[in-house]
Design a protein around this ligand. Sequence first.
Ligand code: FDP
Length: 344
Amino acid sequence: MSDEDADHVSIITIERHILDEQRIHPEATGVLTNLLYDIALAGKVIASKTTRAGLAEILGRTGAVNVQGEVVQKLDRLADLTIYRLNDHTGRVAVLASEEHPDILPIPDQYPTGKYVLLYDPLDGSSNIDFNIPIGTIFAIYQRLSPETERGTLEDCLQPGKNMVAAGYILYGSSTMLVYSTGMGVHGFTLDPSVGEFLRSHPNITIPQKPVYFSANHGYNMYWSRGVQEYTRYLQGKYGGPADLSLRYVGSLVADFHRNLLSGGVFYYPADNRDPQKPHGKLRLVYEAAPLAFLAEQAGGYASNGLCNILDIQPTALHERTPLFIGSRDLVEKAEEYIRRYDS
Ligand code: FDP
């Protein structure tokens, strides 16, 4: 077989890809590599449940309300537990925090702690579960700040996104995909259910130069600031804006982000004045905005809260919310321009 043929037929599993990345760093100990495997395994377990949701009576509500005041779906709980249990005993993680819990999730006393911090949203977009619409898991990995000899702390979890070591998401859609970055580009893998393996399907993802989509919940337009309303008009082709953008909004952040990552465009969930309790919009800084911002930058895009880079924001609380504009750099910078002009 010629080299060219061999290259053409080569199948790159996620294990092989992560190991190849590790080899680029001779100082790497393999701990991050194994942590990423653990997350990939969690993704497979969650995917096996989401695809059978309607059958296994998993679908539906538990009746409980989570810390965000939202109804907890059974699948949320299952995804949350899966990720925690696959990571609580490995000695790779110092502390975890999940969007489903008010406080940090310590490593149980009987297990050793490790050098990484794992923050995750186990099942984002879960209001879509009942409608068979794609949902996703989002994760962010940091290095701990606290001494290795101690248990992980809240401070370990409240780091600005620019400290992130790796981030990614698993999208449970028409196929299951894992997309991640360790700061060396963004790579996508599709789960082959027949062999139970994530295979590299989207190497080196970069956001295309010419944007195709814009995505926001226009039902809230009347609650947006003047700057965001004017920006929206710009995206619709007014004020010299692009005249050919198509509007797509799934209402499931991972799915909306994934589409715009591959096609080019902007997703925004701005601040609005619907609820005085939530003046900064709906999305969470540490669980949603920061990890996706890391991926956007790695793919040549950008994410902002309308005033500054999401990755520069120092979180002050685990469940802090932030406005989010994310995707093609030009379009996100345009949002900042409109917000500066009309809202400040
Ligand atoms: P969900 O409430 O279904 O979990 O962050 C939560 C989120 O979904 C995002 O995935 C999604 O982009 C957004 O909320 C949708 O909110 P709206 O229904 O207000 O548009």
